[in-house]
Write a protein that binds this ligand. Structure first.
Ligand SMILES: *[C@@H]1O[C@H](CO)[C@@H](O)[C@H](O)[C@H]1NC(C)=O
Ligand SMILES: *[C@@H]1O[C@H](CO)[C@@H](O)[C@H](O)[C@H]1NC(C)=O
Ligand SMILES: *[C@@H]1O[C@H](CO)[C@@H](O)[C@H](O)[C@H]1NC(C)=O
Ligand SMILES: CC(=O)N[C@H]1CO[C@H](CO)[C@@H](O)[C@@H]1O
Length: 327
């Protein structure tokens, strides 16, 4: 009987290996990759891919007024059902020419200078989408929308400004895959839910604007780890809880807006932790229950605008006194 044992043993091992191989890809979706990029240049395969992703983005957000499209016709996107990406990007076009989508309204393409600055990864791909106030209507949890954004991100998208549109939905963990993002602006939309921990992977963010939304939950402590942050605007949201002390250690922070939120408690005594080096210019904390003494701002040497409830009252009193004097 012992003679049979080795093959059985091998069979078990083989089964185990096969099982683990088939089970592995069942986890998180693999990160999107950008096809057709050679030495920092978005080649034809890449430009076609980018164009198709913009088409997907367009159809996922274009549904408010299909007749005219949400974007202005003159500078508008040329993509319609009768004009495909193949027609817009003829095969013979030279690399010196910018792909047609680079001149579309709200689109900025990656240039050699941008590439050198680390602002994008492939010349000729899309570096920024700036479409504030453009009647876009979609859910940010919508799979088609999200996939288009993820694919564009894989090709070097670093700025996504969709402020003041009709976006709804929640920031799912999938948003944590957009690790190259430097600017994220979804302010003035209907988005709701909490700020997922997955967003802490977006270490290169310099600007976050999620103000005037229906976001709930607490202000995540990991924001303190986004060391590139220059502007953080989470004002006019339903965020609550306390102020994470570490935010005071963000060395690049210039603007911090937490006004009209449910935040409460005592401000940490180290709001501008980096002595002498604090870049904080604007701080707005009115309209919430945050408390703190003036000593909290001791090291905020560069502060030029401070908006606090008590200060506003003082200004109003001063204005009233001045008016009384005039009359
Ligand atoms: C926006 O899209 C949603 C669902 O996709 C739809 O129910 C709603 O009517 C749209 N809003 C407008 C103003 O077209
Ligand atoms: C973050 O920025 C640095 C500097 O530009 C760059 O080297 C790095 O690759 C970026 N990381 C990601 C995930 O984009
Ligand atoms: C963020 O959004 C608010 C509200 O729409 C807007 O006033 C502000 O200019 C935006 N940008 C920054 C950096 O706060
Ligand atoms: C999000 C959404 O509803 N997208 C639809 C917009 O309209 C196009 C074309 O009619 C559809 O293909 C999308 O599914």
């Amino acid at each position: 009987m012992r003679v049979v044992q080795p093959p059985l043993y091998i069979l078990w091992i083989t089964t185990f290996i096969l099982l683990s191989l088939t089970l592995k890809p069942a986890g998180a979706a693999p990160a999107a990759t950008c096809p057709g990029v050679t030495r920092g240049v978005c080649g034809r395969q890449c430009t076609l891919h980018v164009c198709r992703q913009l088409a997907a983005f367009y159809s996922a957000t274009n549904n408010i007024s299909q007749a005219n499209g949400p974007w202005d016709e003159e500078g508008g996107w040329e993509l319609t059902s009768s004009r495909s990406c193949e027609q817009l990007l003829p095969a013979g076009s030279t690399q010196q020419q910018q792909p047609a989508y680079c001149s579309w309204f709200g689109i900025s393409c990656c240039t050699a200078a941008d590439l050198a600055e680390g602002a994008c990864t492939a010349i000729g791909a899309v570096a920024a989408i700036d479409l504030p106030l453009n009647n876009l209507n979609a859910s940010i949890s919508d799979k088609i929308f999200l996939q288009a954004v993820q694919q564009l991100h894989a090709c070097g998208l670093t700025t996504l400004n969709l402020e003041a549109n009709s976006f709804s939905g929640t920031l799912s963990d999938d948003w944590g895959s957009l690790v190259h993002l430097q600017k994220l602006d979804l302010a003035n939309t209907w988005i709701s839910g909490t700020i997922p921990d997955a967003l802490q992977e977006l270490r290169n963010l310099t600007q976050i604007n999620l103000s005037n939304t229906w976001l709930t939950g607490s202000l995540p402590g990991w924001l303190a780890r986004l060391q590139q942050l220059e502007q953080l605007n989470l004002g006019q949201t339903w965020l609550e809880g306390t102020f994470p002390a570490g935010i005071g250690s963000l060395k690049q922070l210039r603007e911090l807006n937490l006004e009209a939120t449910g935040l409460a408690g005592v401000l940490p005594g180290n709001l501008c932790q980096a002595k002498g080096a604090s870049k904080l210019l604007q701080l707005s904390i009115r309209g919430n229950a945050l408390e703190g003494s003036a000593r909290v701002l001791e090291n905020c040497h560069n502060l030029v605008q401070l908006v606090r409830a008590w200060q506003q009252q003082q200004e109003q009193q001063q204005q009233q006194q001045q008016q009384q004097r005039v009359f």
